[in-house]
Design a protein around this ligand. Structure first.
Ligand code: SP5
Ligand code: ZN
Length: 341
């Protein structure tokens, strides 16, 4: 299996994040995550690690608004020009628009509040480059499956599924899976199946009204978990995309059996849609030992999830999303990928 990995992810390494209640915590979405996965995969004899190709901005601008991408590109440089009495490590706003405030301000802090939906996607010096490298990993994986590979794994960092057409948040800046899926639609219908613990609100935003991409997310019930405002069962798409988005919110404590039976429902939907390609948003925070997750899914469960998805026999691009138990991350990815090899 071809694995696409770029060292550029290391340019994005925020020192802290803000948890609920304003607690400063070390940033969980760290470079160590990718390094752990890479070293576990290097142990396997059925993988080949490749540098991504540069696809330029066109496939990114097919998914994200131009003014948002421009904001990501220029934000840090503009922010460091602002005179403050404190050290500026990362751009993070403290003011956000409530419903109905639609004006996009000129100031960099104003635009940051406009394009960010939470406090977990700070923009640092290397963030934009890292996000481009991550998107290029997903696009390179998409090209591999177009070229006849049965599957490919994009070792993406930063992750993408919380990033929408014009917003970042939840550690995500560019929606890698969405960019790759959109690129694949030139050749046929695509399904994105999102198994990250958190609802894939960015992917939902991007494809909500599209008829050529079925999007499905299986996740912790947003009534009690992040991202709180999106990921409910009644959100099923609109316009041409009517009935082509599905959310499966699951309770805290969900185990292998419940997860696999829900996955079975998702697989039935995929089979009825009959896509040419599958993109799997693979967040490993569904694992029982994840610091951000409260499911009881085991490594054996992850192996079975991979096997059930592989049984669809579709050309499949697997894209890394979340997963923060660094010690278990490499083995969990190896378990997920095993049946695709
Ligand atoms: C890609 C991805 O998985 N993004 C997830 C971002 C989640 N941020 C939520 C932070 C919620 C903090 N609550 C912490 C409770 C820890 N016990
Ligand atoms: Zn997640």
């Amino acid at each position: 299996m071809q694995i696409f990995y770029s060292e550029t992810h290391k340019l994005h390494n925020p020192p802290f994040e803000l948890f609920d209640g304003g607690q400063h915590m070390p940033y969980l979405e760290s470079p160590e995550r990718a390094e752990r996965i890479l070293s576990a995969l290097r142990e396997l004899d059925w993988i080949e690690i490749l540098e991504p190709e540069d696809f330029g901005l066109d496939p990114i601008l097919a998914v994200h608004d131009a003014d948002y991408v421009d904001f990501l590109r220029t934000a840090y440089e503009e922010w460091i020009q602002v005179k403050t009495g404190y050290e500026k490590i990362a751009l993070l706003p403290a003011t956000f628009p409530p419903r109905g405030w639609s004006h996009r301000p000129k100031s960099i802090l104003g635009r940051a509040g406009y394009h960010m939906f939470d406090l977990s996607a700070p923009i640092m010096q290397g963030t934009y480059k890292a996000a481009l490298g991550s998107a290029n990993c997903a696009l390179s994986g998409a090209k591999a499956i177009l070229g006849g590979e049965r599957s490919a794994f994009a070792l993406c960092r930063p992750p993408g599924h919380h990033a929408g057409k014009s917003f970042c948040g939840g550690y995500c800046y560019l929606n890698n899976a969405a960019i790759a899926a959109d690129w694949l639609t030139a050749k046929g219908k695509v399904t994105i199946l999102d198994i990250d613990y958190h609802a894939g609100n960015g992917t939902q935003d991007i494809f909500y009204e599209r008829g050529d991409v079925l999007t499905i997310s299986i996740h912790a019930d947003p009534d009690s978990e992040y991202p709180a405002f999106c990921g409910y069962a009644e959100e099923t798409g609109a316009g041409r995309g009517s009935s082509l988005h599905r959310n499966f919110p699951l309770p805290i404590g969900t185990d292998d059996e419940v997860y696999l039976s829900t996955l079975g429902e998702a697989i039935d939907l995929i089979q009825s849609f009959d896509p040419e390609y599958l993109v799997l948003s693979a967040g490993m925070d569904l694992y029982s030992g994840d610091p951000l997750g409260k499911f009881a899914v085991t490594r054996d469960g992850i192996r079975k999830i991979g096997a059930r998805i592989a049984d669809l026999s579709l050309p499949t691009l697997i894209v890394l999303e979340g997963g923060y138990n660094n010690a278990a991350l490499g083995e969990n990815i190896a378990a997920l990928l095993g049946k695709f090899a």
